[in-house]
Design a protein around this ligand. Structure first.
Ligand SMILES: C[S@@+](CC[C@H](N)C(=O)[O-])C[C@H]1O[C@@H](n2cnc3c(N)ncnc32)[C@H](O)[C@@H]1O
Length: 290
């Protein structure tokens, strides 16, 4: 399969990722990749991946976990990194080339409808599955990438209350702007859509998995190199960014007030290493019974 090949069908969430979120993710890559890495770094060394394995990384974004997995799988193994945004994958292709890693293929695709071959030993996703329009279809598709007994591990956010780095700024902005309306354009069900372990367990069972396990990971995240960086990040992305974007002209009119209120709150978390706030995720693992 050519790395330039794409498998994206019409999907409004995929369109939203490509149109709205790609430029913002690229601008705040230092916060996103730096922060999300804390949630995978703890578990990567203990994942069920061995030298020679064939691995899939779903919603792999800039490709940093796919590259880490390719190093573990080694020359005899391989990694297929999938994401619906080709612009993200270009970073992964460039980084892999720069590191001399050849056992990796990045393909632009909607994971929910990707025609996987059931040959992979391991399927991974760091914060990629919460955005599936149809979570059961996406999880089933991931299971269909696995050989019998193959393992899927995904990292997903716990609730917004467990993630003050996103919840606190949202509350600040909601103090000054109305909540997004029913017709708001979104990137999918959203970052907290898999926070309920009972619901995710049901989704995984319906998608055909067994051996379902949850492990909680709590880590502080750097959410901005400086206070200004942190405020701009919050107004661009995440739940606060959504409220701001959807408020349109009202948000522009109240911009200075919002920035002042956000600075006041985020200042409480300012350290010599940037603005640091708490975050919490689930590491969810399950097996394809075949
Ligand atoms: C929060 S980002 C996480 C990216 C990366 N895994 C990381 O941890 O840095 C979510 C990623 O999922 C991708 N994504 C969302 N829905 C998708 C779908 N249906 N198929 C493939 N990728 C999808 C987005 O393009 C985005 O790169």
């Amino acid at each position: 399969m050519s790395t330039a090949e794409t498998h994206n069908e019409n999907n409004e969430f995929v369109e939203f990722w490509n149109e709205i979120l790609v430029p913002k993710f690229i601008r705040y890559r230092h916060i996103l990749v730096g922060g999300l890495t804390h949630h995978s770094a703890r578990i990567l060394p203990n994942l069920d991946v061995n030298e020679g394995d064939s691995v899939v990384d779903v919603g792999c974004g800039f490709g940093d976990t796919a590259i880490e997995l390719a190093k573990i799988a080694g020359e005899r193994g391989s990694v297929l990194g999938l994401d619906c945004c080709n612009a993200f994958l270009e970073f992964g292709r460039k980084d892999a080339k720069a590191e001399g890693i050849h056992n990796i293929d990045f393909v632009a695709a909607d994971v929910q409808t990707f025609p996987f071959k059931p040959v992979h030993d391991f399927c991974f996703s760091r914060f990629g599955t919460q955005f599936f329009e149809n979570p059961v279809a996406g999880l089933r598709s991931m299971r269909q990438s696995l050989r019998p007994d193959g393992v899927m591990t995904m990292i997903v956010w716990r609730t917004i209350d467990d993630n003050p780095w996103l919840g606190v700024p949202k509350d600040v902005v909601l103090g000054l702007l109305p909540p997004p309306g029913e017709d708001a354009r979104t990137c999918g069900p959203g970052p907290f859509s898999m926070s309920n372990s009972d619901m995710v367990t049901s989704q995984l069972r319906i998608a055909g998995y067994d051996g379902i396990k949850f492990e909680r990971v709590d880590v502080p995240l750097m959410v901005g190199n400086t206070l200004d960086d942190a405020v701009e990040f919050q107004l661009a992305l995440g739940p606060a960014g959504e409220v701001y974007r959807e408020a349109g002209d009202l948000a522009v009119a109240r911009h200075d007030e919002i920035v002042t209120a956000l600075k006041e709150e985020l200042k409480k978390h300012e350290t010599s290493n940037g603005v640091i706030m708490d975050s919490s995720s689930w590491v969810v693992s399950a097996r394809n019974p075949g």
